[in-house]
Design a protein around this ligand. Sequence first.
Ligand SMILES: *[C@@H]1O[C@H](CO)[C@@H](O)[C@H](O)[C@H]1NC(C)=O
Ligand SMILES: *[C@@H]1O[C@H](CO)[C@@H](O)[C@H](O)[C@H]1NC(C)=O
Ligand SMILES: *[C@@H]1O[C@H](CO)[C@@H](O)[C@H](O)[C@H]1NC(C)=O
Length: 234
Amino acid sequence: MISKLFLTLLIFGSTFSQNQDPSPECLSIFRNAALKKHNELRALHGSPPLTLNLTISIFSQNYANYLAKNLMFAYNVSSYGMNLARALAPIGHLDCKYWADFMTKQWYDEKNIYEIKNPHNIASFRFTQLVWKDTSQIGIGLSIANISLNKNKYNFVYYVANYFKPDKTDVKIAEEFNVERSTVTKVFQRKDKYINLANEEATSKKSRIQLGYFSLVEEARYKWYLAAKSANIP
Ligand SMILES: *[C@@H]1O[C@H](CO)[C@@H](O)[C@H](O)[C@H]1NC(C)=O
Ligand SMILES: *[C@@H]1O[C@H](CO)[C@@H](O)[C@H](O)[C@H]1NC(C)=O
Ligand SMILES: *[C@@H]1O[C@H](CO)[C@@H](O)[C@H](O)[C@H]1NC(C)=O
């Protein structure tokens, strides 16, 4: 458990990639575990359970495959809300349930950023996405790349979730998360800009291999912090 946790490192670039689809069993275990974990965490906030949507899962799977194939970690604009996670796992048997639970919980743990810091902080983007009340459906993709680092081989686990939220309005979001409506409006107006900034940030580090024990959440926090800062959002 601990070693798996420590292996959740942030890596930009690597020396070799071989896309490897998870088995249908693994994908099914992963999707169901991720859905269950989402719904447990949502229930803590009085948010209704999500259901899996096959169309959105296929969309998510294609995107996960694309990221794994190119060893990328980048958001893209789409009509869904998207959460991404990437983790380094020991090569060999992949514990599909473990990774679904662990990575979903990492998104949730951005709650602490939201609560401890000021309410204008948009760094907890993935947490808010996860517990969003108006969301009713989710699609989940999982893709695995083999990489090698310092002659050791690992699996890169890519997790993509897309959320379907038919009723999203700035007012509702602002109420739900107790932030000013203008902040929410600004964030959404500049969504493309944030995504580009986040992606540029990831690209600029592409050749750098970070073996520090940075969590995925740290990365997300950092990116969104940079995005907010450069957009002059308080
Ligand atoms: C699944 O998602 C698609 C695309 O967002 C949507 O058009 C479709 O109605 C959803 N399916 C169900 C059963 O709700
Ligand atoms: C990312 O978004 C752009 C613009 O919407 C689109 O052209 C491109 O195909 C998308 N890439 C992927 C991998 O979905
Ligand atoms: C990729 O990883 C899987 C297990 O995670 C392993 O069975 C397979 O041999 C690896 N492929 C290569 C080319 O190393």
